[in-house]
Ligand binder design. Structure first.
Ligand code: PGA
Length: 253
């Protein structure tokens, strides 16, 4: 049985005081509500991660903290980069890999993303590997092929053990930050495809364990319909993760 996982991707949002307030509000809400059936993770800007981790540890909260990116190389002369081992050392648990904004604005290729995934895994971080098609891919009915390609050259080449540790996030690019969501049926169709790809590569018992999140304008009012699909195991939430009330409403959905 897969546990539900709700993760908040803050992107390059919040300033210091807002970030502190948001972490405190989430910890407070968690204490008021019953989140026992759900794993919760947040991905604040990396500068704030260490503080968020300390705050969460002191409060004995179960919220995991991850970072939004890591380097595709080990430690060394890579100005501006953060290595997976540094990220692990400060107590972070997870890293987003291959978010569509990274692919689009930072030209990250599948090859780079596979290198990042492997470094994350060897640093004992959970990679949240993102995939998803562009609007033009969906319009030309290429969405399945595009996502299959994104996964075939990356996570589907991992070892079985590494696949079991990895989380997949299906995020149709046309639904990210646009207010337009995939319908529950569209999400289910793609999640089932992804699970089948994992089954073909690693066997059904692995496919049954790997969690596949949906991302793209998930909000309190559409979360329930999306999350009740059999292959949708949780959400990767952008905009709605910046308000504790909205994020917790999705956790309760
Ligand atoms: P959104 O972002 O919820 O604001 O659409 C999701 C994401 O980019 O992970």
């Amino acid at each position: 049985m897969r546990r539900r996982l709700i993760a908040g991707n803050w992107k390059m949002n919040t300033h210091w005081n807002e970030a502190l307030t948001l972490v405190a509000e989430l910890v407070h809400t968690e204490a008021q509500e019953n989140w026992a059936d759900t794993d919760v993770a947040i991905f604040p800007p990396s500068l704030y991660s260490r503080h968020a981790i300390e705050f969460i540890q002191n409060a004995k909260s179960g919220i995991a903290v991850g970072v939004q990116n890591c380097a595709s190389t080990e430690n060394g002369a890579y100005t501006g980069e953060l290595s997976a081992s540094m990220i692990r050392e400060i107590g972070a648990k997870a890293v987003l890999i291959g978010h569509s904004e990274r692919r689009e604005y930072f030209q990250e290729t599948n090859e780079t993303l596979l290198a990042k995934t492997k470094l994350a895994l060897s640093a004992q971080l959970t990679p949240y590997f993102c995939c998803g098609e562009l609007l033009q891919d969906r319009k030309s009915d290429q969405h399945k092929e595009v996502v299959t390609r994104q996964l075939s050259s990356t996570v589907l080449t991992l070892s079985k053990e590494d696949m079991l540790t990895t989380v997949i996030a299906y995020e149709p690019v046309w639904a990210i930050g646009t207010g337009e969501t995939a319908s529950p049926e569209q999400a289910q169709e793609m999640h089932a495809l992804i699970r089948q790809l994992i089954a073909d590569a690693f066997g059904r018992e692995v496919a049954d364990v790997v969690r596949i999140l949906y991302g793209g304008s998930m909000k309190p009012d559409n979360a329930d319909a999306l999350l009740s699909q059999p292959d949708v195991d949780g959400g990767l939430i952008g905009g709605a993760s910046l308000k504790a009330a909205d994020f917790s409403a999705i956790i309760r959905a």
